[in-house]
Design a binder for this molecule. Structure first.
Ligand SMILES: Cc1cc2nc3c(=O)[nH]c(=O)nc-3n(C[C@H](O)[C@H](O)[C@H](O)COP(=O)(O)O)c2cc1C
Ligand code: SF4
Length: 465
C-alpha cells in the first residue's frame, strides 16, 4: 500500500489537509510551537488553552506565583493569564504553520471559567485558529460559543450515546459549525478518559464498532459522511488501520495522536520526560481514579501514583455511632467508631509514622504522615480554583452549588501537571500517557534514543509506520 497516496486529504475546518492530528494536551504539553509544526506538515495541530504558558514568563503558570491571599482573586488572575497565554500560543501556532494545515485549540469543559476563557481568546484570534476541540465533561455550550466566532467546534466523546445527548440538547441548532467529532477511546487514550457507568473499566471494547455506531448516529441526525470523525486513543501507526482508510462505512476519518507526538524535538516537555518515555514497558501505564475532576485518567504508574495508591490502601471505614460492627472507639480527635478487625492495621500505620487520620467523603479514615498532612493543607491553601468542581480542595466555581467534600486521597492536579512540565520531575508528578506509551521502546524508529522532529515523525506516520 502506498500510504502517502492513499491518505487522501479531507476538508477540515475549511481547508483540505492530511487527516493526521496532534491532539491537544494540557497543561502546556501541546503549544503554539508543536501544533504549528504539525500544521506546517499539512496536518492539524492542536495547542492546549488549559493554563497555557505566557511566552517568556513560564513561571507565571506556577501556582506559587499567585500572590493574592484570597482564592477567588487567584482564580480571577488565573483566568486572565489563561486568556493571555491562549492568545499568545495561537499567534505562535499561526506563525509557525506558515498558512499550511489547520490550527485547533483544546479546552477542557470542566476547567473553571471555560466560557470566559473561550470568549476571551476567540474574540482576539480571528483568522489565527480554525477550530476548538473540547472534552472532559459534556460541553453543551461549546457549539453556541464557537458559532459566535464563526469557528468550527469538535466535541470529544467516547460513545455514540454521548454525542447523541449533545446533539439533541444543543448542537442541532449549530449544525453548520460542527467541524467533526473526536472519538477518544475511554480505555487507553492518554490523559483524562471518558469511561461512563455504561462501560466496564476492565473490558476494553474495540473502537471499530463504537466508531461505526457513532457514524450511524451522526447519519441519523442528517450529518453527511464528509463530517470527519477523529479517531483518538491507541493510534500508533496507520498500517494497523488499513481497513479504516477510504472505507465508506466509516465515512471521513482522521487519526489523532496524543502520546506519540510527546517525543519530538518541538514538543515542549522537558528532556527528562522525553527520555523516560523511551524506557516505558508494557504495563507501566494504567487507568487511575485519583484526578480531582472525578474522571478516570491514564498515566504512568510512577512513584507519585504509587504513593497515592499506598495512601488509599491505608484506609478504614468508620461510623459516628457504635453498634455491633463498629465497636472500637477511636479519637480523631472527635470520637468515632471503627471495626475491631481494623485496629491492628491502624496501630501498624501509626507505628510506621502514618499517624494522622483524615476523613474522606466515603466515610473512611485515611492515614498519612504529618508531613503529608501539611502538604495537603498547603496545596489546598494555594488553590487557584482551576476546575469547576475540585474533589481534592472542595473548590466549586458555582458559588450557589454544594461544594464537594474535600478528599485527602486525591491531589492538586494543577500543581502536579505544572511540576512535570516545568520542573521535569517524572517521578513525583502526574505523567499522563496513553497505554501504548511502551511502544517508544519497541519501535525501531526510536533506536539509540532518537528524538525526531515533527517533520520526521509526520513522514514516518505518512509511511504507515
Ligand atoms: C500528556 C497528555 C495530556 C493530555 N491532555 C489533554 C487535554 O488537556 N485535553 C484533551 O482533550 N486531551 C488531552 N490528552 C489526550 C490527547 O489529546 C489524545 O486524544 C490522546 O492522547 C490520544 O490517545 P493516545 O494517547 O493513545 O495517542 C492528553 C494526552 C496526553 C498523553
Ligand atoms: S486544588 Fe483543585 S481546583 Fe485548586 S488548583 Fe488544585 S486542582 Fe485546581
Amino acid at each position: 500500500m502506498n500510504w502517502k497516496t492513499s491518505l487522501n486529504p479531507i476538508l477540515i475546518s475549511g481547508a483540505e489537509v492530511l487527516p493526521i492530528v496532534e491532539g491537544g494536551k494540557g497543561i502546556a504539553v501541546s503549544d503554539g510551537v508543536s501544533s504549528g509544526a504539525w500544521a506546517a506538515e499539512d496536518g492539524i495541530g492542536t495547542f492546549s488553552a488549559v493554563n497555557p504558558h505566557i511566552p517568556g514568563a513560564k513561571e507565571l503558570s506556577l501556582i506559587e506565583s499567585y500572590s493574592s491571599k484570597i482564592r477567588i482573586k487567584r482564580h480571577a488572575e488565573m483566568i486572565e493569564r489563561a486568556i493571555l497565554g491562549g492568545i499568545a500560543q495561537a499567534k505562535i501556532a499561526y506563525e509557525t504553520a506558515r498558512n499550511r494545515g489547520r490550527i485547533h485549540m483544546n479546552v477542557m469543559w470542566e476547567m473553571s471559567g471555560v466560557d470566559v476563557i473561550l470568549n476571551g481568546i476567540l474574540s482576539k484570534v480571528k483568522g489565527l485558529i480554525h477550530g476548538v476541540t473540547c472534552g472532559a465533561g459534556m460541553p453543551f455550550r461549546l457549539a453556541e460559543i464557537c458559532a459566535k466566532y464563526n469557528t468550527k467546534y469538535y466535541p470529544i466523546v467516547s460513545s455514540a450515546r454521548a454525542f447523541s445527548i449533545l446533539w439533541k440538547r444543543a448542537y442541532n441548532r449549530f449544525a453548520e459549525w460542527l467541524g467533526g467529532v473526536v472519538y477518544e477511546d475511554p480505555w487507553i487514550a492518554g490523559g483524562h478518559n471518558g469511561l461512563s457507568t455504561q462501560e466496564n473499566e476492565a473490558i476494553r471494547e474495540l473502537p471499530e464498532p463504537r466508531v461505526l455506531s457513532l457514524r450511524n448516529t451522526m447519519r441519523e441526525f442528517g450529518l453527511d459522511d464528509s463530517v470527519p470523525i477523529f479517531v483518538a486513543g491507541g493510534v500508533w501507526c496507520l498500517r494497523e488501520f488499513t481497513d479504516w482508510i477510504n472505507n465508506p462505512d466509516f465515512g471521513a476519518i482522521a487519526f489523532q495522536f496524543g502520546t506519540r507526538p510527546l517525543l519530538t524535538k518541538e514538543s515542549p516537555i522537558p528532556l527528562s520526560w522525553k527520555k523516560s518515555l523511551l524506557t516505558l514497558k508494557r504495563g507501566d501505564i494504567s487507568l487511575n481514579r485519583f484526578s480531582p475532576t472525578g474522571f478516570p485518567s491514564s498515566a504512568v504508574n510512577n512513584s507519585f501514583l504509587q504513593d497515592l495508591q499506598n495512601r488509599s490502601a491505608r484506609q478504614v471505614v468508620f461510623s459516628m455511632d457504635s453498634n455491633n460492627i463498629y465497636t472500637e472507639v477511636f479519637c480523631i480527635p472527635r470520637e468515632v467508631f471503627v471495626r475491631q478487625n481494623d485496629i491492628p492495621d491502624i496501630q501498624k500505620w501509626i507505628r510506621e509514622g502514618f499517624s494522622v487520620p483524615l476523613i474522606t467523603p466515603s466515610q473512611t479514615l485515611v492515614f498519612v504522615t504529618p508531613e503529608q498532612n501539611r502538604a495537603i493543607e498547603l496545596d489546598r491553601s494555594k488553590c487557584i480554583g482551576c476546575i469547576s468542581s475540585c474533589r481534592f480542595s472542595g473548590w466549586t466555581q458555582d458559588q450557589n452549588a454544594q461544594p464537594p467534600i474535600p478528599d485527602p486521597r486525591l491531589f492538586c492536579i494543577q500543581k502536579s501537571l505544572q511540576h512535570i512540565v516545568i520542573n521535569g520531575d517524572v517521578n513525583n508528578a502526574l505523567m499522563f500517557c496513553g497505554h501504548q506509551g511502551y511502544r517508544f521502546a519497541e519501535d525501531p524508529f526510536y533506536d539509540n534514543g532518537f528524538i525526531p522532529t515533527v517533520k520526521e515523525l509526520f513522514e514516518r506516520i505518512c509511511s504507515g509506520q
